[in-house]
Design a protein around this ligand. Structure first.
Ligand code: ASP
Length: 325
């Protein structure tokens, strides 16, 4: 049985090796990938973030065109963001109120609703890879704290010393919270949707606080019959309102379009609560949405029809529509 599952998995997935792999998924011509690098509330120089995002989107687009699985693409895209140090995730994760980095991440496979997550990790180089390892181990979904980290390391996650992180020691809570959570969502040519989110959490969070990013249905969700989502913003609200799952349910049960469902949560539910919110999503038709109620959101996408587009403040919030609802 295990062997069959494994064989099925490799038939619809592409070996890692930086996306440069054999083609394996050509059932459809449609594919899409969307990323975010955090909702933001003040003007900032986005040069470094844009460079990383553009490169990652180009790589992801080429991989999806060649038949890569959405799962591999979202993991490797988020991993590149984590390694860059330019975002509030991985190497660039902001410190908690005690001056220490504590990261959260999760990944979800819309094909079978598999998921893995890690929270309050203090020494992982790539929390999103640890999340994938937890998912593939196929026993638990969410591992937390030192003991969860020890388990992730046992599965193969790489640990780094505190000096690896570039923003340790900053403890003040700023008037304008520092954001920069990262996320990626993709639809592959098999028709499978996957989503991944990774963060250092909220500005000067109390040590031990876990946000929405590693919580399935809050800051991350993917289901092939609806769509995939990754959130950024005030995580407590994403958890309380089950934002990502709510958007998927609007599409699934109320037959709302991706745009209508995402806007309902970002503007209809979260904005009146003054909850800073940004959300990216992809539906099963390959439509992309990127909505936020903050000043801006680092965001970008690419599809089989469109080359990479990136924006920060004004600019596109959706791909060219494919299916009229
Ligand atoms: N959503 C993240 C959290 O609450 C923070 C962010 O996106 O800026 O942990």
């Amino acid at each position: 049985m295990r062997r069959q599952i494994f064989l099925a998995a490799i038939l619809c997935a592409v070996p890692q090796a930086g996306f440069a792999a054999a083609n394996s998924c050509h059932a459809h011509s449609t594919f899409a990938v969307v990323v975010h690098g955090g909702a933001i509330d003040e003007k900032m120089d986005g040069t470094a973030r844009f460079a990383v995002m553009k490169q990652a989107l180009q790589k992801a687009r080429a991989a999806l065109a060649a038949g890569a699985s959405s799962l591999d693409v979202v993991e490797q895209t988020v991993e590149a963001f984590e390694d860059s140090g330019a975002f509030n995730a991985g190497r660039g994760a902001i410190a908690d109120a005690a001056g220490l980095v504590e990261t959260d991440a999760a990944i979800m496979d819309g094909d079978g609703l598999r998921a893995g997550g890690v929270a309050s990790m203090t020494a992982l180089k790539n929390p999103i890879h640890a999340a994938r390892l937890v998912m593939e181990a196929n026993r638990h979904v969410l591992m937390v704290g030192d003991r969860g980290q020890a388990y992730a390391e046992k599965l193969g996650a790489v640990a780094v010393p505190p000096s690896y992180f570039v923003k340790t020691g900053k403890v003040e809570r700023s008037a304008v919270p520092e954001h920069g959570t990262v996320g990626a969502v993709a639809l592959d040519r098999c028709g499978h949707i996957a989503a991944a989110t990774s963060t250092g959490g909220f500005d000067a969070k109390i040590p031990g606080r876990v946000g929405d990013s590693p919580i399935v249905g809050a800051g991350v969700y993917a289901a092939d019959d609806a769509g995939g989502f990754s959130g950024t913003g005030h995580g407590e609200y994403y958890i309380r309102y089950s934002v990502s799952k709510d958007v998927a349910d609007r599409m699934r049960y109320a037959h709302q379009s991706l745009d209508a469902a995402m806007k309902a949560d970002v503007f209809g539910t979260l904005a009146p609560l003054k909850a800073e919110a940004g959300l990216i999503g992809v539906d099963r038709h390959g439509n992309v949405g990127m909505y936020y109620n903050t000043l801006g959101m680092f965001r970008g996408y690419a599809t089989d029809r469109e080359t990479p587009v990136v924006a920060e403040y004004a600019g596109p919030t959706a791909s060219q529509p494919r299916v009229k609802h």
